[in-house]
Design a protein around this ligand. Structure first.
Ligand code: SF4
Length: 299
């Protein structure tokens, strides 16, 4: 299989076939992000022959597994959904040809990738199997989106996700706890809940900001342009987000960036999640949480 650099996937794509169709990110400008810094280029599309070779290899391996077959493919790279619709449809055809058991195709997507597609194209992509996108929305706080160079604002998230809703393409969000900066965590969470409450994400996955020296954000901190939230403020921020969410959605903080892993279905598990967060806020010290963050060598 062709895999280039570190391969990132959401925790819930653990059983999916990971197919490399792109490597890196077309945007590559978010100040906090170091995810694809190990690549010698910002973004690359895989050669068509590499994709087909990998699918052939997978089909062969599945025969050896005798009956165990992939039901879902996850296209790797930060935003394969940026590819032209024709290219994405070609990839879907190849997947169907070699892995007929595969019903759906997911990938990471940027809000701006959806903007590039017409409503008709989104419907076609849904019919071809594209469903379950993971969007690194990060926050509904425009000041933070602007400062971090995300390349879109809260209103763009709402507009584009409503188009996905209309096309029947389900999506999950990644939320970045800490993105609003010191003193603004709970405000950022309120703005994010307000945004999410207008949409239909299947899951909101919270990751906690961990700042590495090779990020632009680290330089901003050195220059005195931005201050990091304390670890306890980050947990208060998560608590506010959970508290203010009014839609039925799975809330999960499962990645390595979270010192404590929590997951539950809202609204049913709201009190349980809030109680777990209160226990952390009142029972764990800033020093302990900071120690975890400082020793997190890799996300
Ligand atoms: S956070 Fe996502 S969109 Fe931003 S640079 Fe990193 S991979 Fe690209």
């Amino acid at each position: 299989m062709h895999y280039t650099g570190t391969i990132w996937r959401p925790p819930y794509e653990v059983s999916s076939l990971l197919l490399e169709v792109t490597a890196g990110c077309t945007h590559h400008k978010c100040k906090f992000c170091t995810l694809y810094n190990d690549l010698p280029f910002p973004f690359r599309m895989s050669p068509a022959e590499d994709i087909e070779t990998d699918l052939k290899e997978t089909a062969k391996t599945m025969k050896l597994w005798q009956g165990t077959a992939y039901r879902r493919t996850f296209l790797t790279g930060a935003n394969p959904f940026v590819l032209k619709t024709e290219k994405l449809l070609e990839i879907a055809d190849l997947i169907k040809k070699y892995i007929p058991s595969c019903n759906t195709i997911g990938c990471f997507a940027r809000v701006t990738d959806v903007t590039l597609k017409t409503d008709k194209e989104l419907t076609k992509l849904r019919q071809a199997g594209y469903d379950g996108l993971t969007i690194g929305m990060e926050t509904g706080d425009d000041d933070a989106l602007r400062f971090m160079n995300k390349g879109y604002l809260a209103t763009d998230i709402v507009t584009q996700c409503r188009r996905l809703d209309k096309a029947g393409i389900h999506y999950s969000f990644f939320y970045l706890t800490g993105i609003s900066g010191a003193g603004r965590g709970e405000t950022g969470a309120e703005l994010t809940a307000e945004l999410c409450n207008q949409l239909h994400p299947a899951l909101i996955g919270a990751n906690m900001l961990t700042i590495y020296p090779d990020s632009e954000l680290y330089q901003e901190i050195q220059k005195g342009n931005w201050n990091e939230e304390s670890e306890l403020e980050k947990y208060k921020e998560v608590r506010t987000l959970v508290d203010k969410l009014e839609i039925p959605v799975t809330f999960a903080a499962l990645g390595a960036s979270n010192a404590f892993q929590i997951v539950g279905n809202l609204p049913r598990d709201k009190q349980k999640l809030l109680a777990a967060l209160d226990k952390i806020i009142t029972g764990v010290s800033e020093e302990e949480l900071r120690h975890y963050r400082k020793n997190l060598k890799h996300l």
